[in-house]
Design a protein around this ligand. Sequence first.
Ligand code: ADP
Ligand code: MG
Length: 653
Amino acid sequence: MALIELNKVKKTYYIGGQIPVQALQEVTLTIEAGEFVAIMGPSGSGKSTLLAILGLLDRPDSGSYQLLGKEVSHLSEQETSCLRNRLLGFVFQSFNLLPRLDIVTNTMLPFLYCQGASVAERAEAQALLKRVGLGDRLHHRPNQLSGGQQQRVALARALANKPLIIMADEPTGNLDSRSAREIIDLFKEINEQGNTIIMVTHEADLASQASRIISLSDGRIVSDQRVKEQAAGRTAELPQFKPRNLNLFSLGRLANYFNEAYLSLLTNKLRSFLSILGVVIGVGAVIAMLAIGFGAQRQVEKSLAALGTNLLSVRTAPRQQGISLGADSVTRFTLEDLNALKTLEGIKAVVPYVQGRGQVVYLNRNWNTQIYGTSTDYPLVRDATPTSGRFFTETEDHMRSKVAVIGVEVAKQLFPDENPVGKWIKINRVSFQVVGVLPEKGARGFQNADDQIILPLSTAMHRLLGRDYINYFDIQAQSAEDLSGIQEAVSPLLVKLHRLPPSQADIFDVRNMADIQKAASETVNTFSFLLGAIAAVSLLVGGIGIMNIMLVMVMERTHEIGLRKALGAENGDILTQFLVEAVLVCVLGGVIGIGVGALISFLISFFAGWTVLITGRSILLAFSFSVLVGVVFGLWPARRASRLLPIEALRYE
Ligand code: ADP
Ligand code: MG
């Protein structure tokens, strides 16, 4: 059985898809194990085309190709990858070494695509490099070597998987005559050890070193001479093709992809930086926006919880526009209303409020704040028992005593380093004694429960604000079940008390705080969702940036893809490699972005005083979103890369 048998193999190219070029016309050829074949002929005679078909890098249009007795011209892409990896070794005119990797790693490339070989066969690669005379250069990278030395590395790589046949297309075309001679001597040595060699060359004196010289012209064999005794060649069974395990499940292989992706990112530092920056901005924005959104949500929940539970608020509705109700119809709450409301069923407490602003002075410190007059039920209903000092008493309310309970913000402003309890302050020029400090509520924004002063109702009405009416009430029900009954009873009661016509019942605005709370948190939810969506758009833009850069990378590395395929990489290998690279960019960007987002959130809370909240959920969301961006936007360029035909990829300049 012959090693190789071609029968009437034809290959026609179409220039621009139309003009046919017959690169090979019915080539019939038999090559035995152990031969050293030189293929000669003028430029354009079809030498490279023939070698590509022999090397399973290209398919003939018609004719048969038998390798070790088996027809191989119709095998699947995966099967030819496997055969290239196991049986064939390639040496190209332009050495096709990967500049990022040291020469040992370059030599190990075929192992990466070989089922069963462990990726860590460094020793074997080192031995091969010693065999081609580079034992003292193991840590060099290709660009640190001369052309002749680089071609030796390529030869070592071709030998890595112990192939039967070495295919070389003008291996000495880029070398000076001395290096060329050394390479040919190495070929001869390898041939004598049993490898079959098929070499394209146009230099007659190099061809004369071979055992057989085949000349091509216009796609036909015009002469075929045996010039020397052929060596005793090795032969083998055709390897059985087994589909490889999924790439991802081989840890060694995956580690290798990550290492290569990392090296490739290092090679193009600026470009990698820019694509990572895109993801960093996206993820950072997602984290910061979600932190603001969740923080606002937490804030609303907290400030509403600070209002107390089972609460109704009773106010007079703002006058409807266009309806003049006349001066005498101004409806204001009175102490009678307070007493009447207290008689309703299911009531726990009714808290009246008068409201005003006041200029507060202590020594040389000034502060303008909200003043409330209220009853002794306030601490109970608002869950606001003073943390230091005490609340005012019923008696003090009756006596119109000039005592004040102040919020923590007021305490901070007037008494930065003293205990306020017992001190005398002036509110609108009236002296008050501070008896207590309210607990911190942390509520900010429209109603700051920390920036206020609470006075006894009658003191505030008659001694400070000069009022004979109450602004509004809070009603606390004994339980949630009592709430709706009370809510319905309030308006009719007040209408009766004020002798209003029933049509004016809507003057009174009775609201359940829980409803307000719900409405507020819904608004905040919408708001945080919107923020998140805006941030997601920036991540999307980052993803498109990555896709763009990946496409450029695929283009730039087309040659490399061709080489990897020649060495036995399947489509899946190439796909995984580019995908790993895209995902690595996104993972790096994601991790940095989380840090940046956290920093931004911190700065916002520090300088703007907003509550921000970074949750595990938002970190997970941002991170998985960025990985998803890597996969989705990396997939298309990676697929494009993986589908390139090996010969076309190799020919790409
Ligand atoms: P050689 O290696 O002997 O110089 P090739 O085998 O590369 O020649 O090419 C044989 C012929 O086929 C040439 O005329 C070349 O122009 C043509 N050819 C090779 N590859 C292509 C291609 N991809 N598209 C069109 N024509 C091609
Ligand atoms: Mg050629």
